[in-house]
Write a new protein. Structure first.
Length: 163
């Protein structure tokens, strides 16, 4: 099983959105038997909470399924994860610092690095939490734009398990 974990700050907005969108892409590609998708936050403020209602509303309106409970990312998870997807540069920095080994730090990637239309390699998915619904809509658009490229990378990584 190839394991992907999306990480944002509190695990109630961006990362559960990315988890739901990418899980749908994985299922659509017929890879659900070989790819596991989940999410977490760099902090534990919202552990046990569901996704932000604005995230839930947008995901449901777009046809994505989600059943989310927030949790905090732990350094010990690196052993079982193949890819850790940070939603912004701050998460990228924090996760790489948390990684127990250089090999674990190399598993951390920025989500928008998979989007060929991103303005720069270090482009973030902005945090919509304190803003309006427009910020959540932008977040969903950015996640959807990066998902095909991420799926291609994951498909390449698991191709020996598909045959």
């Amino acid at each position: 099983m190839y394991r992907v974990c999306f990480v944002c700050t509190g695990n109630i907005c961006r990362s559960p959105m990315a988890e739901a969108v990418f899980r749908a892409h994985v299922a659509g590609a017929g890879l659900s038997d070989v790819v596991e998708v989940d999410s977490a936050g760099t902090g534990g403020w919202h552990e046990g909470d569901g996704a932000d209602p604005r995230t839930v509303r947008l995901l449901e309106a777009a046809g994505y399924r989600q059943d989310h409970r927030a949790r905090q990312f732990r350094a010990s998870w690196f052993d079982r994860l193949d890819l850790v997807i940070a939603l912004d540069a701050g998460h990228l920095r924090d996760l790489r610092a948390l990684a127990p080994t250089p090999q674990d730090a190399a598993k951390v990637r920025l989500l928008r690095s998979y989007d060929p239309s991103a303005p720069a390699a270090g482009a973030d998915v902005p945090d919509p939490y304190y803003g309006s619904l427009d910020g959540f809509e932008e977040c969903l658009q950015l996640v959807e734009a990066a998902s095909p490229g991420l799926l291609d990378a994951v498909r390449e990584a698991v191709k020996e398990h598909i045959a």
